[in-house]
Design a protein around this ligand. Sequence first.
Ligand code: PMP
Length: 356
Amino acid sequence: MSLPSRPGLEHVAAYRPGKPAPVGPDGLSAKLSSNENPYDPLPSVAARVQACLPAAINRYPDHGAVAIGEAVAARFGVKYENVVFGSGSVEVAGQIIHAVTGPGDEVMFAWRSFEAYPILVRVAGAVPVEVPLDAHARHDLAAMADAITDRTRLIFVCNPNNPTGTVVDRADFERLLARVPENVVVVVDEAYTHFDRGAESPRGIEYFGKFPNVVVLHTFSKAYGLAGLRVGYAIAPVALADDLRKVSIPFAVSALAQEGALASLEAEGELQERVDQLVAERERMEAKLADLGVACVPSQANFVWLPANERSDELAELFAARGISVRYFPGDGMRISIGLPAENDAVLEVAAKFAA
Ligand code: PMP
């Protein structure tokens, strides 16, 4: 006799995390598969997190995340009531799906995009609608607007897009917003927004409040380097924010995470230097890859996408042999996070071998 299993779960694949790094012949072991920040936490942030011990362990955290909530609200000129936290922005994305969809409702996103979207949507009992990226690996926002039906409840716009690093154009985004009915929620997932130097890139917060259906999704995992603490948030209209709190997991954001996030917001200037270094490294990588003739999609994130297509297996094997883990999509390509300069040099070494 088998145990009960919810009908439909057989179609859901568990989330596939970035692989740990193998060890290369010279001892290099570079984990470039999860878009983490390669730098150690700022000493000021680590000290603030440590100062929460030991009470942060045996006591529950502040359920309302008041200090960090007020700081985020002040940072973006919104109300505390608009800000809802979760255990990483991926949990908040799940809250949004659970709060706005019922069985059979449609959630649209570009594809390829963040791998958690189809999983979260199916787990919620909703229907994922994947709209292919255009020939330049960018969101096809016109096609997304065309794909809206009366079952559409939610649209994710991942900007910059994971895993391609591409961004949407402001004018195209505004045309999309003009075509989306007001009862359809548009979530701008800006996990990588700090790395975006595109002159024409829209920021979700500019549209929040002007459009009653725009929600902004942010994380402390990438630019702020707190992936291991798990904290992300949505900025949402108050009625929706209240619903997100209903479907959220109680105490999902630890006191350590709340304090780390607060300290990081206060240290934004110092963190910016690291973000600038990662952007400079991204630009260096893109220029070198172009010199080598290795195809690379122009990125505005802390990673690059190499559409190696039918040579993907070969390239992935070269990276593994060098001690580098990448996010690999068989037959399609691979996403490589920007690491420390020596790690990026090793990536370029592999690319040169591949090109030769
Ligand atoms: N959105 C996008 C586009 C992502 O790539 C990720 C992380 N891979 C997340 C959200 C979730 O990040 P976290 O849960 O660490 O905030």
